[in-house]
Design a protein. Structure first.
Length: 208
């Protein structure tokens, strides 16, 4: 191995350890956001496990088959899945520097996400009116905690989307704004993945 080769390898290793200076902002943001998403998956894994353990602990109260309306669940699932599709189209429009198209798809995403929350809130209110609130049994406590936490994430996502729309209108599609839009898109798609787990474990298996 020549001296030049050794020097080249040493330089590359030094840069890999940070010897070449701080990492670009886009890399730091990407790593940080992926860590956030993974921590969120860990949170929901714990909630899924708790629900799986407590799903049959009804304390003589109503169970899943008595409470779940699969027709409403299907509609809210379609709302969330289509919102993920429009979110993806909005992200593509932003990358292609088409702010008008982005704003249109962002509006569709917001409306579909809000419809999902409305249906979920209606379901919660109907259950509480029937005396099936979160304090009724361990099963219902686990149900409201799991599904409600997902709903809280969707709510925060809609607030985030409204903020991003305001940024695009005020600042345009600058690199920093695009990075934030990409992070939002990843977050919204992650909520879809988690909802599929909720749909399967809570509603489809619970309605049997």
């Amino acid at each position: 191995m020549t001296v030049a080769t050794i020097e080249a390898v040493s330089t590359a290793l030094a840069r890999g350890r940070g010897g070449g200076g701080p990492a670009p902002t886009r890399i730091v943001v990407a790593y940080g956001f992926w860590i956030f998403l993974l921590s969120d998956f860990v949170l929901f894994s714990g909630l899924f496990a708790a629900y799986a353990v407590l799903s049959d602990q009804t304390a003589g109260g109503p169970s899943g088959p008595e409470l779940f309306n699969l027709r409403s669940v299907f509609i809210e699932t379609m709302c969330l899945l289509f919102s993920s599709y429009t979110c993806g189209l909005g992200a593509l429009s932003a990358e292609r520097r088409q702010p008008g198209r982005f704003l249109i798809f962002a509006a569709f995403t917001f409306v579909l996400g809000a419809a999902f929350l409305f249906i979920e809130g209606t379901e919660f209110a109907a259950m509480v009116r029937k005396g099936a609130g979160p304090s009724r049994s361990a099963f219902l406590s686990a149900f409201f905690t799991l599904v409600g936490t997902h709903g809280a994430h969707v709510t925060s996502g809609l607030i985030w989307l409204a903020y991003m729309v305001a940024q695009v209108v005020a600042k345009g599609l600058r690199p920093r704004v695009l990075r934030r839009l990409l992070c939002f898109s990843l977050f919204w798609h992650a909520l879809d993945i988690i909802w599929i787990g909720v749909l399967t474990l809570v509603y489809l298996m619970g309605a049997r």
